[in-house]
Design a protein around this ligand. Structure first.
Ligand code: NDP
Length: 286
């Protein structure tokens, strides 16, 4: 008999719709480059089928899976344990399966934090986050846990901004503040880090969040969560002012790297994964 194993390590993703999610290509490129016999299977799982999908992953001894819309909150009902930041965020996008137990994590904010740390530390910083959806909440919690001093959440629906600000005040050492967003937003003096965590700019290179760019100075680090196109209009205009910028592609790649570290204890090559996404997005944008 051959010594070769014909059994691959299984990972994947549960979401719906799932056909436009390129994570499978990015992660499998990383697995291949690392010489890992591992697969990432992109599954279309409807809301009503989540429990069966989770049972299936467990039965087939998958080592873990990502969950995206609409399962990030619903999956909480199926977990045995949950990591601290995911508990605070109230959503899970990455589940590890160890000895039949399911442990929930949230890598959205962690992926952002890893990118941010390549240019600056969040510790003691004054941060402004535009948007109050799932991405904003995950980023706010991770930045607060990483020592950011002051975080302002700016959103059209002020009640959503206030919910995140209150969470920061109650559960972390950061000072959380909410601001309603109407008209053009003026960047407060002394802002160290400004983050677009809205969906403005996704698939639209001409769209930019309504900001009075004359209030932005080159001392502010500017980040965008939008992965496609990576060079959003907001980032381009910030670069023209002289700001250091971070794109959403880095956040997406880093969350993939962190997920595989949680599942397999292996660190994939982020450059190979970024190049894979860039070539996919480059083709899409032609
Ligand atoms: P949500 O739908 O939960 O939140 C969207 C947010 O954008 C809300 O705060 C909404 O404000 C705001 N918004 C949308 N349109 C406008 C507008 N025209 N003017 C002002 N505010 C607006 O989405 P998510 O938080 O899950 O995702 C946000 C973006 O982050 C998406 O584009 C997603 O692709 C990206 N993302 C990127 C990741 C990465 O790895 N790079 C990871 C996760 C997300 P309101 O509440 O007032 O409606």
């Amino acid at each position: 008999m051959s010594e070769k194993s014909f059994r691959s390590i299984l990972t994947g993703s549960f979401s719906t719709p799932c056909a436009d999610n390129p994570t499978v290509a990015m992660i499998e490129a990383g697995y291949h480059h690392a010489g890992l016999d591992a697969r990432y299977i992109n599954c279309d799982v409807k809301a009503a089928a989540l429990a069966d999908a989770v049972k299936g992953a467990k039965a087939m001894e998958w080592v873990g899976f990502n969950c995206s819309l609409p399962h990030k909150v619903a999956v909480l009902d199926h977990l045995d344990d949950i990591a601290e930041s995911a508990r605070l965020i109230g959503a899970v996008n990455c589940v590890a399966i160890r000895e039949g137990k399911l442990i929930g994590h949230n890598t959205d904010g962690k992926g952002f934090l890893t990118s941010l740390k390549t240019v600056t530390s969040p510790a003691d910083k004054k941060v402004v986050i535009l948007g109050a959806g799932g991405a904003a909440r995950a980023i706010a919690v991770e930045l607060a846990l990483a020592g950011a001093a002051h975080i302002t959440i700016v959103n059209r629906d002020a009640s959503k901004a206030e919910a995140i600000a209150a969470l920061l005040r109650e559960k972390t050492d950061a000072i959380g503040q909410a601001q309603a967003w109407s008209g053009k937003f003026s960047v407060p003096a002394g802002t160290d880090i400004l983050i677009n965590a809205t969906s403005i700019g996704l698939g639209d290179p001409k769209a930019a969040p309504p900001i009075d760019m004359s209030t932005l100075t080159k001392d502010t680090v500017v980040a965008d969560v939008i992965p496609n196109p990576p060079q959003t209009r907001f980032l381009q205009e910030s670069q023209a002012i002289g700001c250091t910028t971070l794109d959403g592609l880095g956040m997406l790649v880093n969350q993939g790297v962190i997920g595989v570290e949680i599942w397999l204890g292996r660190t994939l090559d982020s450059t190979v994964m970024a190049q894979t996404l860039e070539s996919i997005f480059g083709t899409e944008n032609k």
